[in-house]
Ligand binder design. Structure first.
Ligand code: URA
Length: 230
């Protein structure tokens, strides 16, 4: 009798298993000082089968309390803009460059980003392979300077780069744009920056084969600031 090879596990079972294992490892991680002050690790929100992966900077207070990314004010604005752009909610997966909240919501330090980098790249590799069919499009949206620089592995000027397609590790399309927290700050050209993010997200929706509300209505429309969000 020949020694048979163990039957291989199909990707549809193996990849969710790999993601769960990674999440478990992240939940026990003590790779940097942020592990001492976090309430919870914040791994992901949404389906790993989603076509678009939104990568932010780091969890804030709400995310730290709930263990999910983008569940505070910035997340509410982001969800609204994603919907306006025409990306179905089931096609959005959310994560962050670092998985633990930096105290006081400061920017994560270089060594904290480095300590989390293996987790991040493994998460993105599993997500990129998890999509239903190999021919389906996958797009990463890098939100703000920390995410863009960590994913492109170089220093960038966000204002100059946003809106232009890049490649993550030579393989996955990446759209750099402003971070939703930035759009929540009052500043002179806030409306213009919101419009730019809306334009960038519409490019993303079109790339994966969806249209925004504005295009569906066949009329040009300025992005409206969602009212009353806290
Ligand atoms: N919430 C997140 O999960 N990430 C951010 O970058 C900001 C808010």
């Amino acid at each position: 009798m020949t020694a048979g090879r163990a039957p291989s596990i199909p990707d549809s079972k193996r990849l969710p298993l790999l993601m769960r294992r990674l999440q478990k490892r992240v939940s026990r991680c003590t790779g940097c000082d942020l592990s001492e002050t976090r309430q919870r690790t914040v791994f992901a929100r949404g389906s790993q089968l989603a076509s678009v992966c939104f990568v932010g900077e780091a969890p804030g207070a709400q995310e730290d309390a709930q263990g999910k990314p983008f569940v505070g004010r910035a997340g509410a604005l982001l969800d609204e803009m994603i919907q306006q752009a025409g990306v179905p909610s089931g096609e959005a997966y959310f994560c962050n460059i670092v998985k633990c909240r930096p105290p006081g919501n400061r920017r994560p330090r270089t060594q904290e980003v480095a300590a989390c980098s293996d987790h991040l790249h493994e998460q993105l590799a599993i997500w990129a392979r998890s999509h239903a069919s190999a021919s389906s499009k996958r797009v990463i949206v890098a939100l703000g300077k920390t995410a863009i620089e960590a994913l492109l592995e170089r220093r960038v000027d966000v204002g100059a780069l946003r809106g232009q397609w890049k490649l993550y590790r030579g393989r996955v399309l990446l759209m750099p744009t402003y971070h939703p927290s930035f759009l929540l700050r009052p500043f002179k050209s806030q409306q213009r920056s919101r419009q730019q993010v809306a334009d960038d997200l519409r490019q993303v929706a079109a790339e994966i084969g969806f249209q925004g509300e504005a295009q569906r209505a066949r009329r040009p429309r300025l992005y409206a600031i969602p009212g009353g969000r806290t």
